[in-house]
Design a protein around this ligand. Structure first.
Ligand code: FAD
Length: 408
């Protein structure tokens, strides 16, 4: 029986789903609002070096799906520069040590809560008490002010958000994905050689004739047989099934059967991550550095010819540079992309607020019960949300559920 699936969004989740569906002999249409594939993997060429405006790092020891996808696409990985990290407090730098005995003790303490987490569920009765602002959660753990602020600085590299705004449960779920808190803070990172967007480009290559660019979906309705997808130009496209992979912060802009009121409200409120990368030409080679303000981080690219600051969108480049004890002058010509202002993303990587895990758990149940109309972006994946690994997991799970539903 011919089976036609429409996939909304040509980021890694949508491309993974499309690739797998073709292997199952389904016909597909991929609808993408922008003029390129990759979504929040977005590599730009600048003179002789590549600048990642979106995703950049992965952890080869933990991200098995991504490693397998790279192997299948023949894409090599690349090590990062091995420099000691400085952590910067009040504009003064000193060497950072994530496994300082006091930090280790704090990690072990947090691990008693990490042990309660079921990685396949956003939230359970056993973990509901962890769904509160991270600063509030951390305050109950015995440690000196210095250790607390150093710990916030390290965890800021994972969350990229304000610890008063994001949920402790979201961060502890991340620790669970790595195994333990210390494993999360010390995991070795790599990049995709030639740029992170290579993965999306490679997945998209055989799918190009099926991708429709610059077409934004505004609604999905149930039809007599299957679904009707409505675009911003009011074009109507029929499909037997739909997989929606748009970012969490934009979900409310698209009407679809699973958009229950609490989900629409949570999406309107956005998750907490407003990170922006600013690439600049450094005056000298510098060590990677993390500020006690957990949203600030800076490092050099692999060629050491470009520097990058990651800080909240609302902080100016100058402020972030001063905070990180870097010269402000190069920031005048910094190159960046505001994910916050990008209507197809409306935020950077998924970092949940208290209360959003409950909504995401309901959405996961919806996906299981409605395999022909799923929401399956990396943001809503209970496995590795906010990571490329999560986008691959989301696309894969959606296809598995859909195919099972067609064979029963
Ligand atoms: C600054 C930044 C740094 C990051 N760093 C890392 C990192 O180091 N490592 C890591 O693993 N991950 C990182 N991430 C997260 C990672 O990029 C995402 O988790 C992953 O790319 C999400 O993939 P996706 O396919 O689910 O969503 P997306 O990549 O957002 O793809 C969704 C697609 O849907 C399209 N779309 C949106 N609305 C519509 C619509 N209405 N109609 C049609 N199309 C639509 C969008 O244009 C987009 O192409 C980072 C993200 C950012 C922004």
């Amino acid at each position: 029986m011919p089976f036609h699936v429409t996939i909304i969004g040509a980021g890694v989740a949508g491309l993974t789903a499309a690739h797998l569906l073709q292997q199952h002999n389904c016909s597909i249409t991929l609808i993408e609002g922008g003029n390129r594939v990759g979504g929040r993997t977005f590599t730009r060429q600048h003179e002789r070096h590549l600048e990642e405006q979106g995703a950049e790092f992965f952890h080869p020891a933990h991200h098995h799906r991504l490693r397998a996808a790279l192997e299948e696409s023949g894409l090599p990985a690349q090590d990062l520069k091995d420099l000691a990290t400085l952590w910067v407090s009040a504009g003064k730098g000193k060497l950072g040590d994530p496994v300082h005995p006091e930090i280790k003790a704090l990690c072990r303490h947090i691990d008693t809560d990490v042990a309660l987490i079921n990685p396949h569920r956003w939230i359970t009765p056993e973990t509901a008490h962890l769904d509160r602002p991270f600063t509030e959660y951390l305050a109950k753990h015995p440690a000196s002010d210095t250790v607390h602020s150093e710990f916030l600085a390290w965890t800021g590299t994972l969350t990229g958000a304000d610890p008063q705004e994001f949920s402790a449960l979201g961060l502890l779920r991340d620790f669970k994905m790595f195994g333990t808190t210390e494993a999360a803070l010390t995991a070795v990172e790599q990049r995709i050689a030639g740029g992170t967007m290579q993965l999306a480009l490679s997945l998209a290559k055989p799918l190009m004739p099926q991708i429709r660019f610059e077409t934004r979906v505004v609604a999905v309705h149930e039809a007599v047989a299957g679904f009707e997808i409505i675009t911003h130009t009011d074009e109507r496209i029929s499909a037997d099934a739909v997989i929606i992979t748009v970012p969490f912060n934009t979900l409310h802009q698209c009407q679809f059967p699973g958009l229950f009121p609490a989900l629409a409200q949570a999406s309107r409120n956005r998750h907490t991550n407003r990170s922006r990368k600013r690439w600049f030409d450094p005056e000298t080679i510098f060590n990677p550095r993390i500020a006690t303000d957990p949203t600030s981080l800076s490092y050099l690219d692999v060629t050491a010819s470009a520097g990058c600051i990651i800080a909240a969108d609302e902080i100016s480049g100058d402020q972030a540079a001063a905070h990180l004890d870097l010269p402000i002058a190069p920031m005048a010509s910094a190159r960046s992309h505001s994910w916050q202002d990008d209507p197809l993303a409306a935020g950077a990587w998924m970092t949940i607020r208290p209360g959003q895990a409950l909504v995401l758990d309901d959405l996961q149940r919806w996906n299981i019960q409605n395999p022909r109309c799923q929401v399956a972006g990396g943001d809503v994946s209970p496995i590795w949300p906010g990571w490329i690994e999560g986008a691959i997991a989301a696309g894969t799970s959606a296809v598995t559920r859909l195919i099972q539903s067609t064979t029963h």
